[in-house]
Design a protein around this ligand. Structure first.
Ligand SMILES: [Zn+2]
Length: 316
């Protein structure tokens, strides 16, 4: 009898395990399918599964560990710019292949493939819009398009945007993310650094505000030019920011670099970055900075008082 009970108990325990394994497998398959469908998102840092809708509501920042998932240019514009105020600029500008460059495949083919796959013409979006009611010129780089590399179109679009901002007296904000210069455009790509920097200098001469936001990763020629020319330089938590890659530096100086090297936190410590702002606070922080930088309006009663005292002087 005891044996019977024991075997029944064992059987039910085995059933329980079998059922659990079965349901586990099903849910795992289902999980994977739903991740592939984009319903769920698995955090690349902590592995926690989150409903994509919830993650988007939290601006693609993991609620569990605070990891800042990469966002594309459209999503970034949605996060920063007030609804129905975005006016894109120079959307027609297309890259060409002036050097007839070819690596594993021709640059022109690579461009066409990228454009078809991602639905962008090149790696930056520019435009005018409002942040909490304050007008700004905003440029947003997109890492999906050839690693956000800076070719002639990126340079030209940013330059035109900065020039228009200088003319209209708008603050400039550029969300940076880039692997650096676009090697397929050779020297033409490097020239964009000088072109954008010159436009920024004229913007600065007009006493206007420029805020670059360094997001993961900001490297190469972008770091070496407009990413570091801000009046106030902001960065997202844990973003990799640097010029040459870690491996290249380690091989050159034959030394192991510290773990935190080229992180936003390390750059803040050494004064290259002014503040690290979590993405969920970015819009309000920008609005505050822009509002603080605006010229103090002359109070109407002061003007009135001045004209009254003047008129009374004249009357005497
Ligand atoms: Zn996480």
């Amino acid at each position: 009898m005891a044996n019977n009970e024991e075997s029944r108990g064992l059987k039910s325990l085995l059933d329980w395990f079998a059922n659990r394994r079965k349901s586990g497998t099903i849910s795992l398959e289902r999980q994977e399918r739903e991740i592939a469908d984009g319903l769920w998102h698995k955090c690349s840092k902590c592995g926690v599964l989150a409903y994509t809708k919830d993650l988007k509501a939290n601006q693609m920042v993991c609620v569990e560990c605070g990891h800042h998932n990469r966002v594309d240019s459209d999503e970034r514009i949605r996060q920063l710019i007030d609804q129905n105020t975005w006016r894109p600029m120079d959307e027609h500008l297309r890259p060409t292949d002036p050097l007839q460059f070819r690596d594993r495949k021709p640059y022109s083919d690579r461009l066409r493939e990228m454009q078809e796959k991602i639905g962008l013409i090149d790696a930056v979006k520019t435009g005018l819009g409002q942040i909490n009611g304050l007008p700004v010129a905003l440029g947003v780089m997109d890492f999906r398009f050839m690693g956000g590399s800076m070719g002639s179109v990126v340079g030209e679009k940013l330059t035109r945007m900065i020039e228009q901002a200088t003319q209209g007296r708008y603050p400039v904000i550029i969300v940076c993310t880039s692997g650096g210069a676009r090697m397929q455009e050779g020297m033409l790509s490097l020239m964009q650094m000088a072109k954008i920097s010159a436009a920024l200098q004229r913007h600065r001469d007009a006493k206007l505000l420029y805020i670059p936001i360094l997001t993961h990763p900001t490297t190469g020629g972008v770091t070496a030019s407009f990413a570091m020319l801000g009046d106030i330089i902001l960065a997202e938590p844990k973003a990799t920011i640097g010029f040459a890659g870690r491996r290249v530096i380690e091989q050159t100086i034959r030394e192991k670099l510290p773990e935190e090297f080229q992180t936003a936190e390390d750059l803040l410590k050494h004064g290259f970055v002014d503040e690290i702002v979590p993405r969920t606070q970015l819009k309000n922080t920008l609005a505050q900075l822009i509002a603080l930088h605006q010229p103090v309006p002359t109070a109407p009663h002061m003007v009135l008082w001045e004209s009254m005292s003047l008129s009374s002087t004249v009357a005497e």
